[in-house]
Design a protein around this ligand. Structure first.
Ligand SMILES: [Zn+2]
Length: 255
């Protein structure tokens, strides 16, 4: 048995814990985004906790891109053909051809949107993807308000931040530290109650799904204003938990 530094939730639904997998049982999957079977070391030369080099040589995807791709593909009941999407930063998680319109904001690029003051009207998009960007902005409350402002009520925001279940409390040092990938902070387990508190009028769901290449589990948040969309997400997403459950008696923590 090899110990895998993945994480899950205990019965209280919040704590990180390692689990074990038989190495031979680790999947030898091709990249679910581009089909490549070649993988290379990731940022700063890292391998993943399972020892598998994480970056796809075909599409440059990492663990979180592939895991979230599979989460979105699980939403078979959602017809993206008439949806307009916005994604912050260049990454291969979503397939632009799924959508009616697909816009990418690249920091410092020709279409750079300020996440804390997005130069777009209310309800401009059906889906907004913000994957490992929030830790790069000074005012994360303003960013969350903007992400939900520009999203239509029936749509949703997909949000991910680096490994928020690995530490108890968020450490915010207040400037973009070049030694730490330019992050303002590293989020902890208080991120989930923070999300629910900052967005009291939205359903905030967390999903835990595998990257089939490395066997690592990744976490993403799905945020919507619509009870119908919330129900569709709850029915389809892997490892889904409602962060608002404490406020809504009768909603189960685990599925
Ligand atoms: Zn790929």
């Amino acid at each position: 048995m090899a110990e895998i530094l993945g994480f899950g939730r205990n019965e209280e639904g919040i704590l990180a814990k390692p689990w074990t997998l038989v190495p031979e049982a680790l999947p030898r999957a091709a990249c679910p985004i581009c089909g490549s079977e070649r993988f290379e070391r990731g940022p700063k030369g890292r391998t993943g906790p399972t020892g598998v080099p994480p970056r796809c040589a075909g599409c440059c995807s990492l663990e979180r891109h592939r895991a979230i791709r599979l989460m979105v593909e699980a939403l078979v009941a959602v017809d993206f053909k008439n949806w307009d999407a916005l994604q912050f930063s260049e990454e291969p998680t979503l397939d632009p051809s799924w959508f009616r319109a697909f816009e990418v904001s690249v920091y410092g690029g020709s279409n750079s949107l300020d996440l804390c003051a997005v130069d777009r009207p209310d309800d401009a998009y059906d889906l907004v993807l913000c994957n490992n960007v929030l830790e790069h902005v000074a005012d994360d409350r303003a960013a969350l308000a903007e992400l939900t402002r520009i999203s239509r009520p029936e749509g949703f925001v997909i949000l991910a931040v680096p490994d928020p279940l690995f530490r108890e409390a968020t450490d915010d040092w207040g400037y973009p530290d070049p030694e730490k990938y330019g992050h303002y902070r590293i989020y902890g387990r208080d991120f989930e109650p923070f999300l629910a508190a900052v967005l009291p009028d939205h359903a905030c769901l967390s999903a835990l799904g595998p990257d089939p290449v490395s066997g690592v589990t990744e976490l993403a948040y799905f945020i919507t204003e619509s009870p119908q969309t919330e129900a569709a997400l709850m029915a389809a997403l892997p490892g889904v938990t409602s962060l608002n459950a404490a406020k809504k008696p009768g909603v189960a923590l685990h599925r």
